[in-house]
Design a protein around this ligand. Structure first.
Ligand code: IVH
Length: 700
């Protein structure tokens, strides 16, 4: 089975046209799968990367075609209907569901004075006696995606987005893939109905790791953690959400029926404590404050910690703690009188773009980078910000000399938010990425359907430098002492023209480098020697094949146990590897089919890069081959073994593990609290086994 493709609208239309005239189940299935992947892809571009490769009109047409296909072939519809819309953009299949209690918003305040006004208003409304204080619960205002999760008799039955506040989208399957959200509440006496509300987030470090993967694979970066979290929940395919380490915090409720439970909370603090007891993630920075002075202290105290938190926040939420008083205070228009958001000043500053440089990456991508007058934002001095590509430059109309508003998105990456058009100097010109590579002068082209302009010269010096930096990096060949500076010098001197030249370095060659003493020369030679003992997955990853990140390299290494076999792999064989689709297979063939590339890999082996014949898995020795030829997926929590241990166990017995269930999966190893993978396995007729059964199989 091949992976789904991203299709141009024209192809969708012509394939659909054929299906209108002659019916073919197989072709309809293939088109359905491709179309869903195409809609997912454009949703990611739109929601997570803040850019669209196609117009709204084209997206709508894709969508209409999907609807028509569903109508023509209802039997292959996969329980999806293609109607809902969010934020102006159609989102194919999500069902719309009304919230039983509307999900309202908070009014915002921006200063201590405004927070005090809120306190005064609430006291006045409640007619409190002079000198009586309101007790507040303060907590971070999480910058994520608001959701509602419904538990009936303790079982998760539905997950909804906020939508327009009255009606949300049914994203249950995606919510179920989030590990921190329990499918079953941890209590023997669950409330008959519990509607909890909270925020889905992607932690800063997970966002950074996701973007690092994008860089490794030569792909575009995600814009920020919030968009990425939101976008992940709004995909048709739950496997996308499952592949992202999303987290959640719960802080509110819709309808709750406390009948049957041990305790009915009287204040918000107790309510959140109960949620925690049920196994739902709640924020541990929530604090009870005796009066508004303490609230203001909390507001400033948390602002100091803001940078260091694991997740993004944009302020605090102040809530009257007593649930009875909350009820008395009620709502005004669309926000509660009992709560208010106290926002932090956005960490944004203005500076000037002094020039726009073009950087050339290892895939040849020409990336425009704004070099700005250095400025501090959120405690860090920023000078450079990527402008991504020509489409992004055009969208914001960024020019040299422009004053721009910048902010630090996600963890550290600075981002240009907008151009201050009033401050634009006269005679400024729109910026165009050149049609030639600024480093080697070769032609640079922007392929149709791609956002990126690329240098076409595979021997370009800039590409070589970046490829070498990747080759020696920690997760690739791990040549510790060969830093970026040294690589640039080696290339500039003409000593390193290829990967294998690194293993041809000797004392004499190294001594040509400036400031290179005996000790550092020895250290460098030692670290190059050390790197020769490697693994096939690191070696494949190091070669920098487009779309082959660490995970893909690992799968390839398992399937083609040595360099020769890998180089000989046909497209068909590659497509048989789990998680390798057509795009990746084609890219691999393009590399391995290239004589220079294959010669280089073999030369490296000759020069001593040593890949042990044994597959190296989890740092342990392989025990036997009893699971060879089988692909396993693990789901749920296993009794007495972590997932990583189970993975190692399978691999140490010659089996292959994969993170998603497909037709190629032979067994699903299933523990308790299994979610969507179990359903998918049942749908596909994949054999489901327990950990004990797995152990028994491995003893044979
Ligand atoms: S309580 C009636 N608590 O902020 C609304 N909201 O601007 C009560 N938010 O829609 C909401 N962190 O999506 C509450 N600790 C927190 C929050 C929080 C983030 C979001 C929520 C809400 C929006 C209002």
């Amino acid at each position: 089975m091949t992976k789904s493709k991203i299709l141009p609208l024209k192809e969708v239309q012509s394939r659909l046209e054929k299906l209108r005239h002659s019916s073919s189940q197989n072709e309809a299935k293939a088109l359905m799968s491709d179309l869903l992947a195409t809609v997912d892809y454009h949703n990611i571009q739109y929601h997570e990367k803040d850019k669209s490769e196609i117009s709204d009109l084209e997206f709508d047409q894709l969508h209409k075609n999907l609807e028509e296909l569903e109508e023509l072939y209802p039997q292959i519809k996969k329980g999806r209907s293609a109607t809902a819309t969010v934020g102006g953009k159609a989102l194919a299949q999500f069902k719309k569901v009304a919230h039983r209690v509307p999900m309202l918003s908070l009014s915002n305040t921006y200063s201590p004075d405004e927070i005090r006004d809120f306190d005064t208003r609430a006291k006045k409304y409640l007619d409190l006696k002079e000198g009586r204080e309101l007790i507040y619960l303060c907590e971070p205002k999480i910058d994520g995606l608001a959701i509602e999760v419904i538990y009936e008799k303790g079982i998760l039955t539905r997950g909804l987005t906020r939508g327009d506040g009255l009606t949300g989208e049914d994203v249950t399957e995606n919510i179920k893939t989030i590990k921190v959200i329990p499918h079953k509440l941890k209590t023997s006496r669950p409330p008959p109905l519990l509607e909890v509300r909270g925020e889905i987030v992607l932690f800063k470090k997970d966002f950074a790791a996701l973007n690092q993967e994008q860089i490794d694979e030569g792909e575009d970066l995600f814009v920020n953690a919030r968009n990425t979290a939101a976008g992940s929940i709004r995909q048709l395919d739950p496997q996308i959400a499952a592949s992202r380490p999303l987290k959640a915090f719960f802080y509110g409720s819709g309808i709750v029926d406390w009948a049957n439970s041990n305790a009915t909370p009287e204040n918000h603090c107790e309510f959140e404590k109960l949620l925690g007891d049920f196994g739902l993630p709640v924020n541990d920075l929530a604090k009870k404050c005796k009066n508004i002075d303490e609230v203001i202290e909390y507001y400033f105290g948390l602002e100091k910690k803001r940078e260091k938190l694991d997740y993004e926040i944009d302020g605090i939420v102040v809530k009257v703690d007593s649930l009875k008083l909350q009820k008395d205070l009620g709502f005004i228009a669309r926000s509660p009188r009992w709560a208010v958001a106290a926002k932090y000043k956005p960490q944004q500053v203005q500076t000037v773009i002094e020039k726009i440089e073009i950087q050339v990456g290892r895939t040849g991508a020409l990336t425009p980078v704004a070099v700005m007058t250095p400025i501090k934002v959120g405690g860090v001095t920023v000078t450079n910000a990527t402008l991504h590509n020509q489409d992004e430059i055009d969208r914001k109309d960024t020019r040299v000399g422009d004053t721009v508003v910048i902010q630090r998105a996600g963890d550290v990456i600075p981002e240009i938010v907008s151009v201050v058009s009033e401050k634009r100097p006269k005679n400024s010109k729109a910026f165009k990425i050149p049609g030639t590579c600024p480093v080697c002068g070769s032609k640079a082209v922007k392929l149709e359907g791609e956002a990126v302009t690329r240098c076409t010269n595979s021997l370009c010096v800039a590409r070589l430098k970046e490829s070498l930096k990747h080759f020696v990096s920690r997760r690739a060949m791990n040549i510790e002492k060969l830093g970026d500076k040294l690589i640039e010098q080696l290339v500039d001197l003409g000593v390193a023209k290829s990967f294998s030249d690194i293993y041809r370095l000797n004392e004499q060659k190294i001594s040509q480098l400036p400031r290179q003493g005996d000790k550092s020369t020895n250290n460098l030679i030692e670290s190059i020697e050390k790197s020769k003992e490697s693994t096939l997955n690191r070696f494949i990853f190091a070669m920098g094949i487009r779309f082959v990140g660490e995970q893909t390299a690992r799968l390839l290494a398992k399937n083609f146990s040595n360099v020769e076999r890998f180089l000989e792999a046909t497209e068909e064989e590659l497509l048989n590897v789990d998680e390798v689709g057509e795009k990746v297979a084609k890219s691999i063939i393009e590399s391995t089919g290239n004589k220079t590339f294959s010669k280089e890999m073999l030369a490296l082996v000759k020069l001593g890069v040593h890949i042990p014949g044994e597959k190296q898995v989890g740092g342990q020795r392989k025990q036997n081959n009893s699971l060879e030829g089988f692909t396993f997926v693990i789901t749920g929590s296993l009794d007495g073994m972590s997932r990583d241990e189970a993975k190692d166990f399978i691999e140490n017995h010659g089996g292959i593990t994969s993170s998603s269930v497909s037709k190629k999966t032979n067994f699903l190893v299933c523990g308790s609290d299994a979610g969507s993978k179990l359903i998918k396995a049942q749908e596909l007729g994949v054999k489901i086994i327990s950990l004990d059964e797995l152990k028994r199989m491995s003893n044979k």
